[in-house]
Design a protein around this ligand. Structure first.
Ligand SMILES: [Zn+2]
Length: 358
C-alpha cells in the first residue's frame, strides 16, 4: 500500500474506537520489526522518525526503506511521520521528501528546549498546517510541554510543569486546524518516567477526558508512552546493563486514554530496551560471535514481539484491511473544501471542521 496520510488513519481509528501505535525508527531492522509485527497482527501503523533519526540515517535512506516496506507489505496501511519537528523548515523538508505526516512542536522554541508561548505556538503551527494541508499531509501539534529529554529534544523536568490547559487546547485547535494534538498529562520521554507506579497525582488521565469532552473531533496523542516493562529492563541488566529501576506508562492507563479520544500512542523506549536486551544476551552468551546478523536478527525479533504486543493492546490489530488508502491529492482536496482554521467556526466540530467531510 502506498504511504497513507495519518489523518485518514486516525479518522478510521476514531470510528473503530482504537488507538494506533506510532513507533520510532532509526534503521532497517527496526522498520522490518514493525512491519512484521503489523503483518502478524494485521495492523495499520505509524512509523515515525525524529530529527535525530533523520540525521542519523540521512533521511533519504529512511524514506526509501519505507518505500520498500510499502512494496513488500501491500496489505498494511502505514504513515510516515516526523516526530517533534522544531521549525517550519524541518517540516517542509520532511514533506518535500515524502513524509505523509509531520509534527510541529511549537510548545518549545526552535532550540527544542525552551518552552514557548501560546502565540508563538499558534503562529508556527498554523504556518505548517497551511503548507502541509495544501499537499494533503497531516499535522500534529502540541500544547503544554512534555517532560524529559530524548534525542536532545525536550524541556526536561518531570512533565508536570507545563500540563495542557484544556481551554487553551480548544483555542489552539480552532486557530491552527491541526489534525492531531499532543497533550502534556505528566508523561516524559525516555526510560525514567516515574519512580513508582504512577497514579493520577502524576499521570493525569482525567485531563485527557476533559480535553476530549471539549474537543471530541480532535485526535489526541500520548507521547512518552512506553510502558518500560520490568522484564525488558531485567533482560538488559541480567546481561551486563545498568538500567535504574523506573516506571513507564502502564498499558491499562493508555487503554483508558484510548477510550477517551487518544488515537496515536508514541512508543520508542520499549523497542530500544527489547533491541538492547537481545543484543546483550548474544554478546554475553556467545562472545565468539562477530557477524552482526548474529545479534541483529534476535534484536529484530525481540522488537517485533514487543511491538506486536502493543498493537494488540492498543486495539489496532485486525484493522489493516478496513479501508483503502487515500492519496495525498485526495486529502488536499478534502482540506481545501473544509472551513478554514481561524475562520471563527465554533460549531460542534470544536473548530476542527475537517472530520465532517468524507
Ligand atoms: Zn514526543
Amino acid at each position: 500500500m502506498p504511504l497513507v496520510p495519518m489523518r485518514q488513519m486516525l479518522d478510521e481509528a476514531a470510528k473503530g474506537g482504537y488507538g494506533v501505535g506510532a513507533f520510532n525508527v532509526n534503521n532497517m531492522e527496526q522498520i522490518q520489526a514493525i512491519m512484521e509485527a503489523a503483518r502478524e497482527t494485521r495492523s495499520p501503523v505509524v512509523v515515525q522518525a525524529s530529527r535525530g533519526a533523520r540525521k542519523y540515517t540521512n533521511d533519504k535512506f529512511l524514506y526509501h526503506l519505507m518505500q520498500a516496506a510499502a512494496e513488500l507489505y501491500p496489505e498494511i496501511p502505514m504513515a510516515l511521520h516526523l516526530d517533534h519537528g522544531n521549525s517550519f523548515e524541518t517540516c517542509r523538508s520532511a514533506i518535500e521528501l515524502g513524509f505523509t505526516s509531520v509534527m510541529i512542536d511549537g510548545s518549545l522554541r526552535e532550540d527544542g528546549k525552551t518552552p514557548s508561548d501560546f502565540k508563538y505556538n499558534v503562529e508556527l503551527t498554523r504556518k505548517v498546517v497551511d503548507f502541509a494541508h495544501a499537499r494533503g499531509v497531516s499535522v500534529e501539534g502540541e500544547i503544554g510541554t512534555l517532560g524529559g529529554i530524548e534525542d536532545g529534544h525536550g524541556a526536561g523536568g518531570s512533565g508536570l510543569e507545563h500540563l495542557t490547559d484544556p481551554d487553551q487546547a480548544v483555542g489552539f485547535v480552532r486557530e491552527t486546524g491541526a489534525d492531531a494534538l499532543a497533550v502534556a498529562i505528566g508523561t516524559s520521554h525516555g526510560a525514567y518516567k516515574f519512580s513508582v507506579k504512577p497514579t493520577e497525582a502524576v499521570l493525569k488521565i482525567s485531563l485527557i477526558k476533559k480535553i476530549h469532552e471539549l474537543l471530541p473531533a480532535t485526535h489526541l496523542v500520548m507521547h512518552g508512552s512506553s510502558s518500560v516493562p520490568q522484564e525488558l529492563r531485567d533482560q538488559v541488566n541480567k546481561y551486563g546493563g545498568r538500567l535504574k529501576p523506573a516506571w513507564g506508562v502502564p498499558v491499562e492507563e493508555i487503554q483508558e486514554g484510548i477510550r477517551h479520544g487518544v488515537r496515536k500512542v508514541n512508543v520508542d523506549t520499549d523497542s530500544r530496551l527489547a533491541v538492547t536486551g537481545a543484543i546483550r544476551k548474544v554478546f554475553a552468551e556467545a562472545p565468539e560471535k562477530f557477524d552482526p546478523r548474529d545479534y541483529l536478527k534476535p534484536a529484530r525479533e525481540a522488537m517485533q514481539q514487543v511491538v506486536a504486543e502493543r498493537m494488540r493492546q492498543f486495539g489496532q490489530a485486525g484493522h489493516a484491511g478496513d479501508y483503502q488508502a487515500k492519496t495525498l491529492e485526495e486529502m488536499a482536496e478534502l482540506y481545501a473544501g473544509a472551513p478554514k482554521a481561524g475562520s471563527g467556526c465554533s460549531c460542534c466540530c470544536g473548530g476542527h471542521g475537517k472530520g465532517k467531510k468524507k
